[in-house]
Design a binder for this molecule. Structure first.
Ligand code: AHG
Ligand code: MN
Ligand code: MN
Length: 339
């Protein structure tokens, strides 16, 4: 007998089902996740056209309709703001591209209990060369009283208090991967129907993987313990993969296993990546998939205190056994070399 085709579960349906499984759910978080899904489709459409920029007009020029052609990261930022503002499902936003928090007014007198932080386009140096880029998001429950405008304290929370987080990868296919603290699921955009469809249920990171991922060109700028650890990765004949889009590097690490590092350098002694827009949300996904995410100081990323919106942090994330090996190596290195 011919087997029937598997039933497609769309992102919206999955979100709705997960909401029904929680009796206390008000639907706000579901609304937010759906809005992010729609914004992702719009950004995806523009990302796909990036190669046509010379035909459609270069950044800063006017396109055929007389509109200014925007830089893609600012375009993505505007779309995320637009969708999240119009939904009324959050009371405030913070973006890597904005200097300050952006309070959002409730719709029809309704006040939301969530704030959203995002990196609208991650890996922007890869846009012009047709290499994978992404969007990262992180959602917290607000701390301040619900009927007043949101406050900075609502955003400066530890990663362990995230309610949901995830990313969109604009790659060979476009995917959204997210967690609400009950495992990680991945949805692939089917362009023919314009829907994200559940393609990777309950993603688990392998305990070990074949590669390490770091900007090897900065080797001389890393602390000695990190340099020696990287030498050790090479001694173990691990492969080296580094795309330069955190989303893409973590996505590969999630599926193949491996270890991703962005240590401090002379230019960015605290690391380059932003704790709130990049490290925390990716750490939540990695941990929910069974992996680990720590700083090069060996503290758990999601327990770091946030004191500023654009705070930077070092990160080591990936397969649990490889992150553990790294931590053991660094711990062993320090006392032996203390002056
Ligand atoms: P963004 O494009 O949002 O500024 O982030 C770029 C980040 C991240 O995606 C990537 O891991 C890292 O910068 C790459 O930095 P280097 O080029 O210094 O390695
Ligand atoms: Mn980024
Ligand atoms: Mn960015």
């Amino acid at each position: 007998m011919k087997e029937s085709a598997p039933r497609i579960i769309t992102l919206d349906e999955f979100i709705l089902r997960s909401e029904k499984a929680h009796s206390a759910s008000t639907g706000e978080l579901s609304g937010l996740l759906r809005d992010i899904g729609v914004a992702a489709k719009i950004i995806n459409r523009e990302v796909n056209k990036a190669g046509l920029v010379n035909i459609l007009g270069i950044d800063g020029s006017e396109n055929q309709s007389g509109d200014q052609v925007q830089k893609l990261d600012l375009y993505a930022n505007d779309r995320m703001i637009e969708f999240l503002q119009n939904s009324g499902e959050c009371c405030g936003l913070a973006s890597e591209e904005l200097p300050d928090i952006l309070p959002v007014k409730g719709i029809d007198g309704k006040s939301s209990k969530y704030v959203v932080l995002f990196d609208p386009l991650d890996g922007s140096s890869n846009i012009d060369v047709n290499v994978s880029i992404g969007t990262i998001f992180s959602i917290f429950r607000r701390r301040s009283p619900i009927h007043a405008p949101c406050q900075l304290e609502d955003f400066l929370q530890r990663g362990v208090d995230q309610v949901a987080a995830g990313y969109v990868i604009y790659g060979t296919s476009t995917m959204i991967v997210y967690t609400t603290g009950q495992g990680v699921n991945g949805f692939t955009l089917d362009p023919s129907i314009g829907e994200f469809c559940l393609s990777h249920r309950d993603i688990k990171i392998p305990a070990r993987g074949p590669c390490y991922s770091v900007n090897q060109g900065y080797f001389r700028m890393f602390d000695e313990e990190i340099r020696r650890y990287i030498d050790r990765c090479a001694d173990q004949q691990l492969g080296l993969r580094y795309i330069g889009s955190m989303v893409a590097d973590i996505h590969r690490t999630l599926f193949q296993g491996g270890i991703f590092l962005y240590p401090g350098t002379q230019k960015h002694p605290q690391g380059k990546l932003r704790l709130l827009y990049e490290c925390n949300p990716m750490a939540f996904v990695v941990e929910q998939a069974g992996g680990r995410a720590i700083t090069t100081g060996l503290e758990r990323i999601m327990e770091r205190e946030a004191t500023a919106l654009h705070q930077r942090e070092t990160i080591v994330a990936g397969s649990p056994d490889m992150v553990e090996d790294m931590a053991t190596f660094v711990r062993g290195f320090r006392p032996a070399h203390a002056s």
